[in-house]
Ligand binder design. Sequence first.
Ligand SMILES: Nc1ncnc2c1ncn2[C@@H]1O[C@H](COP(=O)(O)OP(=O)(O)O)[C@@H](O)[C@H]1O
Ligand SMILES: [Mg+2]
Length: 332
Amino acid sequence: MAAVDNSIEAQALVREFKKGPRAVDGIDLRVEGGEIYGFLGPNGAGKSTTVLMLTTLLPPTSGTARVGGFDVVKQGPQVRKAIGAALQEAALDPLLTGREHLRLQTAMHGIRGEERKRRSDQLLERVGLSEAADRKVKGYSGGMKRRLDLALALVHGPRILFLDEPTTGLDVQSRTALWREVGRLAREDGVTVFLTTQYLEEADVLADRVGIIDRGHIVAEGTPERLKAQIARSTVEALPANAEEKGAVAAVLERFGKQTPGFSPGTVAVQLASSDGHLTEIVRALDQEGLRIAHLQIHEPTLDDVFLAKTGRHLEGAGEAAGNLEPEPAPA
Ligand SMILES: Nc1ncnc2c1ncn2[C@@H]1O[C@H](COP(=O)(O)OP(=O)(O)O)[C@@H](O)[C@H]1O
Ligand SMILES: [Mg+2]
């Protein structure tokens, strides 16, 4: 018997929408079995469209893709059997409980009797929903819903898992809990994970390899370490105390490196010409010109710098702290 193939592969994959853009414009990628692949890109980049094609839910306009060794167009049923997917517009029924959702999903996969109960309990436990299992989903927080999505995607023990923005809008704690579970699936169970995200940190922390997608193109790919190492230099960002002095501040900063778009409005940023810290010299130079600074910050290279280097733009929300989003509601 041939070895089990848990890889994902796309070649020159294209999806064009009739009245829309070329949402996915010829992408090539390969994800090895057991790997966590982070597909990072801003809103509208083409992440979901790619996932829909790889999960056989949307036919490609051209190009090919194989998932688990099966062609997504010609061998749809085999692909669907091998994969689990938690997609963005997941339809949870607010009036059903978590356990009832699992009951339906197991039935759909033909899992019955004792095995059904065993599997449901085990998955609820695994995603930390044992206690909330008999509450209706309408009382769940965003994080709990995403964890239920994950449990549902795992019902049939898939070898390959697709997660479309599993943590968008979640607070740090829920996000970290989900990362832990996804990490465990890959490390302990050898599941291949294809995960889309808008969050730098998520790709950086969780993914073995990252593909950065923008406007339907993969603009960079590699391990987070390698991608950041290509950038190598830090960025210094200054917020002038007087907005009128922005030009003068920029002139001083440009002695130390090349101007680059700032992370926040009103700031001036330069990518330092060398990797040595210049902060004291910069402060001294600004002081000598009589320029006052409200805020001065040094940024180590991030995946956003990689995105910026390739596209000339920041990833949306890249500068935002990944913490002050939707708070968890109190349990109902
Ligand atoms: N069904 C559709 N019809 C027309 N355009 C679409 C459709 N789905 C997505 N698009 C467009 O394709 C592009 C990529 O969308 P999507 O794959 O959803 O991006 P992402 O998931 O990265 O936010 C966007 O410009 C979006 O508006
Ligand atoms: Mg999307």
